[in-house]
Design a protein around this ligand. Structure first.
Ligand SMILES: N[C@@H](CCC(=O)N[C@@H](CS)C(=O)NCC(=O)O)C(=O)O
Length: 204
């Protein structure tokens, strides 16, 4: 069975929703984030980066990187229709946006939240935060344009990249003001299985 190491308000949300929507049996292993369990030796044996999430596959393999988890799951459970068929042009577009979100947007959000980690100059943190804010504005404007006509990143077809986008919007509230981004997230929140997972992750 799949086992997802998770904690509220973390990047475990996207793979959790994807797992939930596939209907695959899985268990959640809560990590004591406030108690810094993810920095302990036992957890680092599984994820040397000391980060959440971590997905253990049924054969015991430990997979890190939330986007890699999503890609594995959409591939493993094609009947859930959370991504276009592998090898198709639509799939290349899906992969493009998932990686865009995981690398560019997630990265900028980390710089926005944890600015002090991205400079050795204690006085430089505010500058890092402001630059990240500027980057996020630009990145979300690109996403807003991609959602035209929408309603999803891939047009008519809902997919796992939309879930990943919703997670990032939760962390960067200014993005909610963008009409298409805001509409997409508001719609996804209405889906009962997504709403359940949101509750668990303590998202509004
Ligand atoms: N690239 C990783 C990033 C994961 C990540 O940054 N997780 C955060 C929680 S949202 C974390 O565990 N941070 C703890 C730390 O960096 O000390 C992924 O996509 O899974």
């Amino acid at each position: 069975m799949y086992r997802l190491y998770w904690a509220p308000s973390t990047g475990a949300f996207a793979p959790d929703v994807v797992l939930t929507l596939t209907g695959a049996p899985f268990e959640r292993q809560r990590v004591d984030y406030d108690g810094k369990e993810h920095q302990g030796a036992a957890y680092r044996k599984l994820n040397p980066m000391g980060q959440i999430p971590l997905l253990q596959l049924p054969d015991g393999a430990a997979i890190t990187e939330s986007a890699a988890m999503v890609l594995h799951l959409v591939e493993r459970f094609p009947e859930a229709k959370l991504a276009p068929a592998a090898g198709s042009t639509a799939r290349a577009v899906f992969d493009r946006w998932l990686v865009f979100l995981a690398v560019n947007v997630y990265g900028a959000i980390l710089r926005w939240y944890y600015s002090e980690r991205f400079t050795t100059d204690p006085a430089g943190a505010e500058g890092v935060r402001q630059a990240a804010d500027r980057d996020l504005e630009r990145l979300f404007a690109i996403l807003e344009a991609q959602l035209d006509p929408g309603p999803f990143l891939l047009g008519e077809a809902f997919g796992a990249a939309d879930i990943y986008l919703m997670m990032l919007v939760d962390w960067y509230p200014p993005a909610r003001a963008l009409p298409r981004v805001g509409r997409l997230c508001a719609g996804l929140k209405e889906e009962p299985r997504i709403a359940e997972v949101r509750k668990l992750y303590q998202l509004d």
